[in-house]
Ligand binder design. Structure first.
Ligand code: NAD
Length: 449
């Protein structure tokens, strides 16, 4: 089938590559000319495991193309996917300017029936706005062309996006028109061979389903972080509590890891946007606001531990930082906890020596060259001349370091572990002072020392 994807970011590229992999003819369109030029040269602008080979194979086969020609894009696909960003506006609501710009482009260029599929995460009611925008553009042209608007929110996880797209847990199709459900069912058929994963519903419920999923996951994390802070004060170990509650099948082990806060391009903005939409309809979303507040506070926890350890004086200190991306297996630093930590450390007069296998270029793009940030090529290089070590991303390579050489490299044998990667007893055995998240007695012991 022929499809066009507007937006060649994490979602657009993965959708395009996976749809092409199934034999569809896909055109990816973006307004970012540099991005499209790089893609046309085979240079993939983001890091996502497996994506490069999918793109190479399918461009080679002529099933995947990249363009900045909007007319070509609209002419190409029966399906017009919208996968552009929906960043937070100043008041926390989702900014729909990119989504509506795409709708306008479609309306300005459409000559025959099109199914407009919204994959971007958008507030309830956006499909109506997209429909109105296309209709207005058509009217301006004096054209009458049929089209349908469908909500098909995306649930892929960065770092595992190809697997998630190829074997989705569910495919949500929100439409008020059965004809479009059938068209989407045909398009998604190859992803449904094992069993039918397509769930069809009305448009508004589909739009809300995406926010509900992200808000639920963010709630689980903030709940555990709240409990971790309590565990610290009670002298309990949250990791024991985690294992204890996860064994209850009603709770389960997924997504209950305590840490130094959630980041990324989705949870923070989606929780905020849903809370904002709630207040717009006169309903104060008490729980959602609390989830967000807990997370903001949690992103400061690691800095507070470092600050307290050094008795409030960090000027001239050098902190080795392992991890910059908001989670492993991605280069995405949007809303990453590393940013809160680094910015607080700089404010306090410290220097950061950071290492991340994939996010170094992104950090350089965000912060530029500055004297208090050294971007290193290896874990060991980050330790050179550092006073202590902080960990904010649970990349696999950080899990089993050589603690002897780690201790020898640091001026002070102290680890601030924002992801609870290590066994406190083991690291203390090597002579470290260890700060995890929610592992209270160890903090008290080191404070006493
Ligand atoms: N990243 C994720 O893990 C993820 C997962 C599920 C859903 N989502 C949602 O999907 C949407 C896209 O997210 P992303 O992470 O891929 O964003 P992204 O920022 O990586 O990519 C967005 C792309 O859209 C392009 N763009 C902006 N305006 C455009 C226009 N008028 N026409 C064509 N292209 C345009 C930008 O240049 C950019 O390349 C968001 O709504 C996000 O919430 C993201």
């Amino acid at each position: 089938m022929r499809m066009t994807i507007f937006g060649s970011g994490y979602v657009g590229l993965v959708t395009g590559a996976c749809m092409a992999e199934m034999g569809n003819h896909v055109v990816c369109y973006d307004i970012d000319e540099e991005k499209i030029a790089r893609l046309n040269e085979g240079d993939i602008p983001i890091y996502e495991p497996g994506l490069e080979s999918y793109i190479a194979r399918n461009t080679e086969a002529g099933r995947l193309e990249f363009t900045t020609d909007v007319k070509k894009a609209v002419d190409h696909g029966l399906f017009q996917f919208i996968a552009v960003g929906t960043p937070p506006d100043e008041d926390g609501s989702a900014d729909l300017k990119h989504v509506l710009a795409v709708a306008r482009s479609i309306g300005e260029n459409m000559e025959e029936y099109r199914v407009v599929v919204d994959k971007s995460t958008v507030p309830v009611g956006t499909a109506d706005k997209v429909e109105a925008e296309i209709a207005a553009s058509l009217e301006k042209r004096g054209k009458s062309v049929e089209f349908d608007v469908v909500s098909n929110p995306e649930f892929l996880k960065e770092g595992a996006a190809i697997g998630d797209f190829m074997k989705p847990d569910r495919i949500i199709v929100g439409t008020n028109n059965p004809r479009t459900t059938e068209l989407l069912r045909t398009l998604y058929e190859p992803f449904n061979r094992n069993h039918d994963r397509l769930i069809s519903m009305d448009v508004r419920s589909a739009e809300l389903t995406k926010y509900a999923a992200n808000a639920m996951l963010a709630t689980k994390i903030s709940f555990m972080n709240e409990l971790a802070n309590l565990a610290e004060r009670f002298g309990a170990d949250i990791e024991n509590v985690r294992v204890g509650i996860g064994s209850d099948p009603r709770i389960g082990y997924h997504f209950i890891y305590p840490g130094c806060g959630y980041g990324g391009s989705c949870f923070p903005k989606d929780v905020q946007a849903l809370a904002r939409s709630a207040s717009d309809v006169g309903f104060p979303a008490v729980l959602l606001n609390a989830v967000e507040d807990v997370n903001k506070r949690q992103k400061q926890v690691l800095f507070d531990k470092i600050h307290r350890h050094y008795h409030g004086d960090l000027s001239g200190k050098t902190v080795a930082l392992w991890g910059l991306a908001f989670k492993p297996n991605t280069d995405d630093m949007r809303e990453a906890s590393s940013r809160d930590l680094m910015e607080a450390l700089w404010e306090a007069g410290a220097t950061v020596r950071a290492y991340d296998a994939e996010a170094r270029d992104e950090a350089r793009r965000i912060y530029g060259e500055r004297g208090d940030l050294v971007l290193c090529d290896s874990q060991d290089e980050a330790l050179e001349g550092a006073d202590c070590l902080a960990i904010v991303t649970e990349w696999r390579e950080f899990r089993s370091p050589d603690f002897e050489s780690l201790k020898a490299a640091l001026a002070d044998a102290v680890i601030f572990d924002g992801r609870n990667l290590y066994d406190p007893t083991q690291v203390q055995h090597y002579g470290f002072t260890y700060y995890g998240i929610g592992r209270g007695d160890f903090i008290q012991r080191s404070d006493d020392a």
